[in-house]
Design a binder for this molecule. Sequence first.
Ligand SMILES: Cc1cc2nc3c(=O)[nH]c(=O)nc-3n(C[C@H](O)[C@H](O)[C@H](O)COP(=O)(O)OP(=O)(O)OC[C@H]3O[C@@H](n4cnc5c(N)ncnc54)[C@H](O)[C@@H]3O)c2cc1C
Length: 391
Amino acid sequence: MDLQLSEEQEMIKKMVKELAAKEITPIAEEIDKTGRFPREVFKKIADAGLLGMLIPIPFGGTGGEKYNYSLALEEIAVASASVAWCLAANADVAFAILVFGNDEQRKKYLPALAKGKILGAMANTEPAGGANWMVTLQTKAELIGEEYIVNGSKCFVSNAGEAEIYVVTVRTDPAKGPMGISTLIIEKDTTGFSFGKLEDKLGLRADPTGELIFEDCRVPKENMLGQVDNGMSTLQATGALDCALQPGIAAGIARAALEASVDYIKQRTVVGSKTLAHFDAVQCSIADMAEVTEMLRLLSYRSAFPAGQLDPLIFMGATLSKNLLMDIANKAVELHGGYGCTKGSPVERYFRDAKTFSLVPPTADFIRAAAGKMLLGIPMAPPPGAGGSPK
Ligand SMILES: Cc1cc2nc3c(=O)[nH]c(=O)nc-3n(C[C@H](O)[C@H](O)[C@H](O)COP(=O)(O)OP(=O)(O)OC[C@H]3O[C@@H](n4cnc5c(N)ncnc54)[C@H](O)[C@@H]3O)c2cc1C
């Protein structure tokens, strides 16, 4: 077992680090303050080939390993957790189409996603039900002739309004509970599809998180993703991918918090000419933060291998990474003293991003229960039945 990065991975890391330092770090504070979605950055990220990293070469991607994408997300998250999270949400859509889409859907959407010509969003959460949306799902899709007529609404959708395509969970058979859920690909300009309010969030503020509204929205029936009533499989796979990518993002935010803390305590004088760095208790805090950052990186490495598959490890990894990150962000604020909770201090942003990141889907209670069920041998939901397999 070799935990060293390969030459290719070192190159990816270096390339993304430079790109993030040049294109994202300079605007990170501004996009956090204003909540602006930095579309221009996604163009640069796409040009560098990062959006195609999970997409195979025949579909216009670069076809890399999942861990390479985690490495890239870590470097992006050091500069801006918002941008990293938007990339993870976008990756879900590419992954869902790759695994569950038919050949027409793959040819239509994957090259455009790989080149950044379009962005994607996953829409599951609804105003009623929240974390329990699988049970309470109200957005309905009724097949009439050649179209699904969709009615309902979604909330807290990342990339809302900016994405060109939405993978939307809909109820196709009300009598079948979670087994009557399907996923539709709905394009932004579809008749009957509009956007509601965007949330003014605590953190991850440059991720536009908002409402989707469907009023007699007419979706061509060929936009059904995977088999009818088999949406749970898509959700399990994308939920698992999300979980697998989260330790990498957490490692990036943790690293940023650690680096900012090291810089600060080396220059902050407290007793005579002594800086904070001279004190044992402060040194211990830095060591604790560094240990946990490294642990997050190892988790991201380990979680990337079963990414997209149902493995308790990735669910446990996502939960653990959210909790560990919160601890680091908290320590970073404490080490900065009063300054740590003022606007303009970088750690104030990392703290808000870490807290908000702890609430991104899949929710902690759900994934902890999912891991527990797997460890106890209790079935979670219908067996995965993809419409196709990744090429
Ligand atoms: C930054 C951000 C980005 C997001 N992006 C997306 C996205 O792209 N797509 C999308 O579909 N959703 C997205 N979400 C939504 C997110 O998944 C929901 O916030 C989540 O599902 C919880 O729903 P809720 O906020 O209504 O909380 P509620 O469901 O009201 O839950 C409140 C609390 O109760 C707990 N709880 C709820 N039900 C139970 C239960 N049965 N047992 C035990 N505890 C329970 C929850 O864990 C939570 O702690 C995003 C959220 C955030 C914050």
